[in-house]
Design a protein around this ligand. Structure first.
Ligand code: PHE
Length: 453
């Protein structure tokens, strides 16, 4: 693969570099901010269970499908599909992915900007002394009520993202993830252990891990599935695009396995911090399911740790880095498209797409109150639901059908096993890509009217 367009598109330095970069894309606010929020909105442990099933049986399938298309064609989502099935409407999958990427980026960068704000707050000692949930609640509300501050941080987040992407995949993305991801992992384990030791943590643990099946319904499945796609960066061509930079000699199956595993572990650990802490501090928690959940709960645990200021600052620093390794993967999709298909320079593509995301993100950054549609939480929440959930599910469905029936599983398997790689779960994967995943997604989308209404 050395010869492939190296200067123009770039390639990963090694297999491990790809795994780090793909994990960097997958691990982010979706795990630490999104997952606990979804758990608390959808009945606790039941959601966790459905989520794990969704990752294992559907997420992993879609990830492998995306990586196979990407590596086979070495192109962006639009170009990739055009190459496999020229002049066909299937290209829409690619366009949908590009639109979805920009729209997710727009609100995702707002949440990332809250994390930057919290980094500054924590470092400057805003959370010192005795804390309780009322105090942290109030701090979050007044923080997000200040649009200038949020938009200021929002500009920084998108600015950094655009800058890194304009430098190119290899130099830009690899560097960040290698050291900082493992550090984030260690810190999260440490915080989870501390949270589990809080007096009153048991109630949180059982809420989080003991399923109450009376809470099971279609909404739980819809959100669990959507959250799995969101968290694993699937359904919009991110993994397809990242896969296009993998070398032919790498093993796609183990790569997909590692990325899914690491992503899921981090989400599960985040919940293991949030729920014990939440229940320990509040008895019965009043604030569940809100976009502010994580920002209100994490400061509480830092107040219980000696050196909380340092740990808190480190945590929010790593959270911001994890968010930025995801924002760059969101921006990379439209940028790769513009470079390949529109022949733009990388820099021009990064700047223009970055500006579009900025404009689209302003309503999400505005404070609550004001005109209902522009109420911050509402707008952000709706963007999350439409693009971070529905649109990814539709994208994943189309990718399964495309690989299962249009490109064909035979060719996909050829790509997956190229270089004589073993593929032990082959028949399970074929079953999932052709039947299980598309049918599950169709059923969920079919019931969406009842669910949403
Ligand atoms: N997976 C990222 C996260 O969990 C978000 C993301 C979604 C990134 C889709 C790229 C594509 O934070």
């Amino acid at each position: 693969m050395e010869g492939h367009d190296l200067n123009h598109r770039g390639n990963w330095g090694s297999k491990i570099a790809f795994i780090f970069a793909a994990t960097g894309s997958a691990v982010g606010l979706g795990n630490i901010w999104g997952f606990p929020m979804m758990v608390s909105r959808n009945g606790g442990a039941v959601f966790v269970l459905v989520y794990i099933l969704a990752v294992v049986f559907i997420g992993f399938t879609v990830m492998l499908a995306e990586l196979a298309i990407g590596r086979h064609t070495q192109k962006n989502p639009v170009g990739a599909i055009e190459q496999i099935k020229p002049k066909s409407p299937w290209k829409l999958i690619g366009y949908l992915g590009i639109l979805t990427g920009i729209c997710i980026l727009s609100f995702y960068a707002v949440v990332a900007s809250w994390a930057v704000g919290y980094l500054v707050k924590t470092a400057s000692g805003a959370f010192r002394g005795e804390l309780n949930s009322e105090i942290t609640d109030q701090i979050f509300t007044s923080f997000t009520a200040n649009p200038f501050q949020v938009i200021f941080y929002f500009t920084i987040v998108l600015g950094i993202t655009t800058f890194i992407i304009s430098k190119g995949v290899k130099k830009g993305i690899e560097k960040w993830t290698k050291v900082l991801m493992p550090l984030l992992f260690l810190l999260i384990i440490f915080l989870a252990i501390r949270a589990l030791m809080l007096p009153g943590a048991e109630a949180g643990i059982s809420y989080y891990l003991k399923p109450d099946f009376s809470k099971f319904n279609g909404t739980v499945v819809l959100y669990a599935l959507g959250q799995a796609f969101f968290s694993l960066s699937l359904g919009m061509g991110t993994m397809l695009t990242y896969g296009s930079y993998i070398s032919k000699s790498d093993n796609l199956v183990t790569s997909a396995g590692w990325v899914s595993f690491a992503d899921t572990i981090i989400a599960l650990l985040a919940g293991l911090i949030i729920f014990p802490t939440l229940f320990a501090f509040q008895g019965v928690p009043s604030e569940m399911g809100g976009e502010g959940l994580v920002f209100k709960v994490f400061p509480l645990i830092f107040s219980k740790i000696p050196g909380g200021l340092i740990f808190g600052t480190l945590f929010f620093t790593l959270l911001v880095v994890a968010a930025i390794t995801s924002t760059i993967s969101l921006l990379e999709v439209p940028v790769a498209y513009a470079i390949d298909e529109r022949k733009w320079s990388r820099q021009k593509a990064a700047i223009i797409m970055g500006i579009i995301a900025f404009i689209l993100g302003i309503p999400s950054a505005l404070p609550s109150g004001g005109v209902a549609f522009f109420t911050q939480i509402k707008f952000l929440g709706n963007m999350f639901f439409i693009f971070g959930n529905l649109s990814l599910a539709v994208g994943a469905l189309l990718i399964c059908i495309f690989v299962g029936y249009v490109w064909g599983v035979k060719k996909a398997i050829q790509e997956i096993t190229s270089g004589d790689r073993p593929f032990r779960m082959k028949s399970l994967w074929v079953f999932s890509v052709k039947f299980l995943s598309p049918i599950a997604i169709i059923i969920i989308l079919y019931f969406i009217k009842t669910i949403a209404g």
